[in-house]
Design a protein around this ligand. Structure first.
Ligand SMILES: [Zn+2]
Length: 110
């Protein structure tokens, strides 16, 4: 199955999903380019990993929120230390995932 990409908004569709207009930006179908097999393979190969990064970003946000509650609760200094580390590490992992995704987009792995 060939993939096509909207030149206006970047939406990627399977060729048989494209009708008269882009479902995202309404550009006419003539504005779509057929992706090379190499470019299509990059997109298909990265789909699972990109999903893992998105899920990890969501989990990091949950860890950050949980840790913030622990910091606010402040049962004792050792607990606060653990929660502060968890919050900082989750924040850094989330930023690292975002950098990976930005790299994937710039390399056509999206
Ligand atoms: Zn479009």
């Amino acid at each position: 199955m060939k993939l096509v990409k909207c030149q206006v908004c970047g939406l990627v569709l399977a060729e048989d999903e494209l009708h008269e207009h882009c479902p995202k930006c309404n550009a006419p179908k003539e504005k779509f380019d057929v992706l090379s097999d190499e470019d299509a393979a990059k997109i298909e190969r990265s789909e699972f990993t990109n999903g893992l990064h998105l899920e990890l970003i969501k989990l990091c946000r949950e860890i950050e929120d949980l840790a913030a509650s622990g910091i606010e609760d402040a049962l004792d200094p050792a607990c606060v230390k653990v929660f502060k580390k968890a919050k900082a590490d989750a924040f850094m992992i989330r930023r690292m995932c975002k950098a990976e995704l930005a790299g994937h987009v710039s390399k056509g792995k999206w």
